[in-house]
Design a protein around this ligand. Structure first.
Ligand code: ZN
Ligand code: ZN
Length: 920
């Protein structure tokens, strides 16, 4: 094919301009991180950002759109990673060109424009193109003759090139249900020399065949159905067009090269690598896999970081880490042992940055993250790879004649200990012809996740980077600013500590200085802030500078992101904290006192639960906060009010006993054998901290003996008061008690007491007399209710007596219809008795509105008329029907309800007609 040369950037612009001229709106690529779609790790197709439009849940101000969408396919169902670098066509990152019609143009325009762009604008020879259309092999969905017809009329097309294929190739579905429709693919015949099966006997090159001669270039999807079930398709009122053309492939065709890596999209990246290695062209050709992997991965990593996905341990961040490490390892194969990827990334930014300005905007971040990740990897990789090689040799030796498989557990250890991603372990194993048990790897990871209580490694997206903190600590240790144990932690004795600001971390990055409003993490050589554990929440407080210029940080949390590292996180409220400043870290003492009261009270509650319910009532969860405590424990049934009172009284007795807390450290086994309560699922060291509460100082006299790292009051009397605020079920077999102590208990009592005082004042009595007074009032009220009902009944009777005199007569029968206000069904019944007494032969329908405003009807028919075929049940149903209700009953008396009171009058008026018809 002889075409005038167009650069990749020009080709992309050609496509967009072509559709702009045809009334399309250019919609910039959405981020690689799909917005609002939790099911998707990365944007993997052009339609991701338009999904809502097809599903009909969103509208756009345009009905024609064109774009080039950034996509990643690296994990899950569409995992091409293994192929990347080994062939010419697979990539982790790629672009998808598309034009879109949302209920606007359809097959005619889409097909004509595709043909025009490919053959007129880009000059692809017509005789090389093969459009395909849909024909259902099951015969259930109509053949797409409309598309075929539109292809046939394209200028210069060879009609024998229009081919039909079935569901696999030519029917598109978003999911098991929802929008779907036939598609037309445009295939390009690259010529016989591109066939990779020329020496296979009997091979015939075919569109959608098994050789590499025909390339699928463009897919035009015509969304015209909504799938309701496996067998049921419904035509859509608005039909859409969704097209997708792989950009790298298109450029390879238009630039006349036989590999995506030879286009001006990827080739310049490999040139950078060659410059770095100093390879001759022959050497570059010999190492084509490392070259390709590096080019592909550097491009993907640049785009990922530009979209905010930096290297990390979980989800998308893990993918970013993994591809950088994988590229770094392939770099090692061609003797690139110093960080080099940033050089390649610079080229990516240069080539792509005009169309994707986010690359230029984030240039510094991209380069810094890539280099730092390579450095991290280099520190661990040598030992990791050496370890892996030993393991692989052992695996091979042990396998004998069967195919060697590296156990998943071992692959996971390499990841957890050396940071060697599974994908790299797999690469290396593959080179030695060993498989990796990936299922076992994921099981091991899951087990680790459960054991550590950490988030899923691949599941929830985001996650933080432990290595930033590990690095900080190693750095500080090498300067002798931190000891081998890391930050000195003593929340028990020192609530105020002075020290040098060793590090400040902002947005996951170490910084030298912070400013007002910024959220930061501060690392000091020692701290008295408690780190949340054992149910007790973290301390809050302040860090302030000791000397001018003054600054202050409000500490909202304290945590341990890596072993030995404790950071205070909070907001700068004043001044500019700097690394090296001397500062005082102060725990919020009042709040901490509240927490300590609640923690000691929790131990007392635990002991009292044992005393009141039995030894089975063991801790199953706990929260110790400043404003309350929550305690979950195993117990098979609800706790009676008497038990609850006894437990609360027991704890308060222990408080008033003012017992001293005896806190010591001793070997775990010794504490357990003395009867200390250890908590299930809690990890303990060889030496444990024990808390005993009781008469004397020894464990034998203690009524509470627990292993605990929390902070406590000195004497139980410090707790002040303990009040249970709720008791209930937390889970099957687990009860939950919530309680307050100290200040919160006082406030609770105050609130309740105020309410009681107010009530007493309203009742004009004393608080003690409120219950008797309320009982008296309730009695009076119920008496008054009775009187009101009696009066109403009398009023109704009076009203009814008047109405009783104005009955109509139909065929000699007296008919009464009436609506009575403010009355009950019982009274209505009573009134029908009055009617019968007054009219021995007659029909009455009485109505009232219930307290909900809906009509209630009673119908009465005298005996003699029942004999003549009238039935009260039928009548009441007849009347209730237009009211949207129903009912029934005996022939002489029946009742019904309705919904719509507005039709009541008309319904009652229809009674006359009913009687007339029945008697006719
Ligand atoms: Zn072939
Ligand atoms: Zn405790």
């Amino acid at each position: 094919m002889k075409l005038s040369y167009r650069s990749g950037n020009q080709i992309r612009q050609d496509f967009i301009d072509f559709f702009l001229e045809r009334g399309h709106t250019f919609v910039p690529s959405s981020s690689l991180v799909p917005g609002g779609d939790q099911t998707l790790l990365f944007t993997n197709a052009g339609m991701v950002q338009f999904k809502d439009v097809f599903l009909g849940t969103d509208n756009r101000p345009y009905s024609r759109a064109t774009n080039s969408q950034k996509c990643m396919r690296v994990a899950g169902k569409h995992n091409d990673l293994d192929e990347v670098g080994r062939d010419d066509t697979h990539h982790t990152f790629f672009e998808m060109l598309g034009n879109w019609s949302f209920g606007d143009y359809y097959k005619k325009e889409a097909i004509a424009w595709a043909w025009e762009l490919l053959t007129q604008v880009w000059g692809i020879p017509k005789e090389r193109l093969y459009p395909t259309c849909f024909e259902d092999e099951k015969g259930e969905i109509p053949r797409d003759d409309e598309a075929a017809e539109n292809w046939r009329i394209q200028p210069g097309i060879d009609p024998t090139h229009i081919l039909f294929f079935g569901r696999k190739d030519n029917f598109w579905e978003m999911a098991d249900t929802g929008p779907c429709g036939p598609c037309s693919e445009i295939h390009l015949d690259r010529g016989a020399k591109y066939c990779n099966m020329q020496d296979v006997p009997g091979h015939v090159c075919k569109v959608n065949g098994d050789c590499t001669r025909f390339l699928e270039l463009w897919n035009l999807v015509f969304i015209q159905y909504n799938r309701l079930s496996v067998s049921h398709l419904e035509p859509l009122p608005a039909r859409h067009v969704d097209t997708g053309m792989g950009f790298d492939r298109l450029v390879s065709v238009l630039q006349g090269v036989d590999s995506n890596y030879k286009t001006d999209l990827l080739n310049p990246l490999m040139d950078v690598v060659q410059e770095l290695t100093g390879h001759k062209n022959a050497q570059r050709a010999e190492h084509h896999t490392p070259y390709r992997v590096i080019a592909d991965h550097a491009r993907a990593a640049s785009f990922l970081i530009a979209d905010g996905v930096v290297p990390g341990n979980t989800g998308r961040n893990y993918v970013c880490r993994m591809i950088i490490r994988r590229a770094a390892r392939f770099g090692g194969k061609i003797d690139l042992n110093e960080p080099f990827l940033a050089k390649v990334a610079e080229k990516v930014i240069e080539n792509y940055g005009d169309f994707y300005p986010e690359l230029k905007r984030n240039q510094a971040t991209i380069l810094k993250n890539i280099t730092r990740e390579e450095e991290r990897f280099q520190r661990t990789v040598e030992s990791g790879v050496a370890k892996l090689e030993t393991l692989l040799a052992e695996t091979k030796a042990a396998a004998g004649n069967s195919h060697p498989i590296l156990p998943g557990e071992q692959a996971f250890d390499l990841y957890a200990t050396y940071g060697l991603p599974l994908e790299i372990t797999r690469d290396i194993a593959r080179e030695l012809d060993v498989n990796v048990d990936e299922k076992g790897f994921h099981e091991a990871m899951e087990k680790h996740r459960l054991a550590s209580g950490a988030g899923e490694a691949f599941g929830p997206l985001g996650g933080e980077d432990v290595e930033v903190y590990r690095e900080l600590m190693t750095g500080l240790q090498s300067q002798n600013k931190l000891g081998p144990e890391g930050v000195h932690y003593d929340p028990y004795n020192s609530l105020e500590v002075e020290g040098e600001v060793l590090a400040i971390v902002s947005s996951g990055e170490p910084v030298q200085e912070a400013h007002p409003g910024e959220n930061v993490e501060v690392l000091l050589p020692e701290t008295g802030f408690y780190v949340a554990s054992g149910g007790q929440v973290a301390d809050t407080g302040t860090i302030v500078s000791v000397t001018e210029p003054y600054w202050e940080i409000q500490v909202e949390d304290v945590r341990r992101p890596a072993a030995g590292v404790i950071v205070h996180s909070g907001k700068v409220v004043r001044g500019d904290p700097k690394v090296g400043d001397t500062a005082i870290a102060r725990v919020d003492y009042q709040r901490r006192r509240d927490i300590m009261r609640n923690h000691t009270a929790t131990h007392l509650l635990h002991a009292e639960l044992h005393a009141a319910l039995g030894d089975h009532a063991r801790q199953a969860g706990s929260l110790v906060a400043p404003d309350r405590l929550r305690f979950d424990f195993t117990h098979p049934e609800a706790i009676t009010p008497e038990q609850l009172e006894r437990i609360e009284a027991g704890v308060n007795r222990d408080i008033l006993g003012n017992y001293h807390l005896n806190i010591t450290h001793k070997p775990l086994q010794e504490a357990i054998s003395e009867g200390a309560m250890a908590l299930f699922g809690e990890k303990y060291g060889a030496i444990v901290r024990t808390i005993t509460i009781g008469e004397g100082s020894g464990p034998s006299e203690a009524f509470s003996y627990e292993l605990c790292g929390g902070t406590h009051v000195d004497e139980t009397g410090d707790i002040g008061l303990f009040l249970i605020t709720s008791e209930g079920s937390a889970a099957a077999g687990i009860r939950r008690i919530e309680a307050v102590t100290g200040r919160a208990a006082y406030e609770l009592v105050q609130r309740r007491f105020q309410a009681l005082k107010k009530t007493a004042a309203s009742l004009i009595t004393t608080p003690e007399d409120v219950p008797t007074k309320v009982e008296d009032l309730l009695d009076e009220l119920s008496e008054a209710h009775k009187q009101v009902a009696e009066l109403r009944r009398e009023l109704t009777a009076k009203e009814f007596n008047r109405k009783l005199e104005i009955v109509s007569t139909v065929a000699g029968v007296s008919v009464l219809t009436a609506t009575l206000e403010n009355t009950t069904v019982e009274t209505l019944r009573e009134m029908t008795d009055r009617f019968r007494q007054r009219y021995p032969s007659g029909v009455a329908v009485l109505a009232t509105l219930g307290s909900d405003g809906k009509p209630i009807l009673i119908a009465a028919v005298t005996e003699d008329l029942v004999e003549r075929g009238l039935h009260a049940g039928e009548l009441v149903k007849y009347v209730a029907k237009p009211l949207g209700g129903g009912g029934g009953g005996r022939p002489t008396l029946a009742q019904a309800g309705g919904r719509d009171a507005s039709k009541l009058e008309a319904a009652l008026a229809s009674v006359m007609q009913w009687v007339e018809q029945k008697l006719a």
